[in-house]
Structure formats: C-alpha cells, structure tokens
Design a protein around this ligand. Structure first.
Ligand SMILES: [Fe+2]
Length: 279
C-alpha cells in the first residue's frame, strides 16, 4: 500500500511560536505516530538563508581531511573532513559521500553559525529534559555538543539507509530516556538542489521512503529517533561535482556526543556507527 506522503508530512509538522511554547509531549506524540517530526516556527527563514551565506563565506575547501586517521579529540576542535566510500573504524559497511565540518561552541565561530547551533542545542535540551544550557559551552557529565555541518555535495552526495543505534545507546547510557536526532536544514529542495534529499523509511508496509525535506520551509527543524531507518538519496546526480563549493544539501546538527578524547579509537562519524545492519 502506498502512503500519501504529502498528508504524512503535513500531519508530522508541528507549528509553534517559539521554544517556550513547544510542548515536548506533543513532539513525542508525533514521533510515535509518524516516526519523524518537523517543527516550524523556531527558526526564521532570514536567519537560515543568512547562515548558509555566512557558511559559504567562511568555508575553505583546502581544509578537507582524509576519511580516516584523525587524532582522538580532533572533532572537539574546528575540523573538516570528506567522508567518501565505506572505510571507517566501525562495525558496519556504510557507504556515503559527505563533507563534515565540526564547529564546537568553544572554538572560533568561523562560519557565523554559533547562534543557530546554540538555539538548536537548546531545543535538544528541552526535548531531552536537560537544563537549557546543558553541555553547550562545556563538557557536562562527559557529554558535549558536537556542533557540525554536514554537506552533501551536488553531483552525488548521499548516505546509505541505516539506524543511529550507537548514538541512541550513548544517550541512553547517559540516562537520556528520549533520544532524537535533530537536524536544521540550511538548504531547501527546489531552491538549493533539485533531486534527492533526506528520507525516512516507514516501518509499516514495505519501507516506503518519505522525503522529509520535501516542501520544507527555511527554518523548519526535522527529527527522527534511533529506531528510524533514514538516509540521504543522491543529491543532484545530474550535476558535475565541484568540491570547491558548498553546492548541494547542507544540514546542521547539535547532537550530544560522549567525550572520547582520551580514547584511542577514532571518532569517524560516531553517530553513523552501529553494530547491526538494517533488518
Ligand atoms: Fe544517521
């Protein structure tokens, strides 16, 4: 049975007037029903478009690091890498083509995005039941805010479908009952790119894909949880890749990461590691 995704997207969209007016129980209700949620009204279109322009100005393509090999703790500083292929220190083969720009809030605000990151982290804290400023500017209880941008380049940026089981487990180990992966898109399908985009697969039926950024408005927040199969379908495969630019799909994350800077293992895409392949 094919589901009407336009109706689903509308039903899963929560409209609020600001963070103080956001009821976490309402978000939970939508997550249970739809397995994803979109929140409209927390961020303005103008600040999102300004953020994308500011990122483009601050971005330096010459700073890309290799897929593997960074030092432990590297991502707790401003750090940029190109993640291409399936090689990583992980349990699963997880092909992807993503540029990741780590930009922790104690580092220089080189992209002019710290204001948006702080608001996004405050939303995460509200939804996960933490104090408003928890783990944003400091490491609190071994957790910190992995403020980062993911850039899926035009010309084939993608991420194979998977679940975020490790980051869910890290959060539950830290006593966080409700884990949500929260994204703030800086780009819009139909404006900044034409084809592909972030999707979730519905659990009922045949895993039908719902492109959760279709018809999105600048400023919308998107989220899913650790049980939700999600991925990114190839961004504008009909275009030639140009890694000197920020063309394609750009999203921001402010997830809680465990401080593993003393750990000997690598960080590489921590939240995309998992022990079990998709069932
Ligand atoms: Fe993921």
């Amino acid at each position: 049975m094919t589901v009407d995704t336009a109706a689903l997207l509308d039903g899963a969209t929560l409209r609020v007037s600001g963070l103080a007016a956001l009821d976490p129980a309402e978000v939970r209700r939508i997550m249970v029903k739809y397995s994803f949620c979109r929140i409209r009204g927390l961020f303005g279109a103008a600040e999102i478009r300004a953020g994308l322009e500011s990122l483009r100005r601050g971005f330096d393509p010459s700073l890309d690091n290799p897929v593997i090999g960074e030092a432990p703790g590297a991502v707790m500083k401003n750090f940029q890498k190109l993640a291409i292929g399936g090689t990583m220190q992980s349990w699963a083969y997880r092909p992807r083509f993503i540029r990741i720009l780590y930009n922790p809030l104690w580092e220089a605000d080189i992209y002019g995005l710290h204001g948006l990151f702080r608001k996004l982290a405050a939303l995460r804290n509200r939804l996960q039941g933490h104090p408003e400023g928890y783990a944003i500017d400091t490491v609190d209880g071994g957790m910190w805010t992995a403020a980062r941008v993911q850039h899926y380049p035009a010309g084939g940026g993608f991420l194979i479908p998977h679940r975020d089981t490790v980051i869910s487990k890290v959060n539950s180990d830290a006593g966080i009952e409700q884990f949500y992966q929260i994204l703030l898109p800086l780009t819009q399908k139909g404006v900044d790119f034409e084809r592909g985009g972030g999707f979730v697969e519905l659990e009922d039926g045949e895993g039908q894909r719902v492109y959760i950024e279709d018809n999105i408005e600048a400023g919308d927040v998107v989220m899913y949880d650790g049980r939700t199969v999600h991925g990114v379908a190839d961004i504008d495969p009909h275009k030639r890749v140009n890694l000197q630019t920020m063309d394609g799909r750009v999203v921001m994350f402010a997830s809680l990461y465990k401080d593993m800077s003393g750990d000997s293992r690598l960080y590489a895409e921590y939240d995309h590691m998992e022990r079990e392949a998709k069932a």
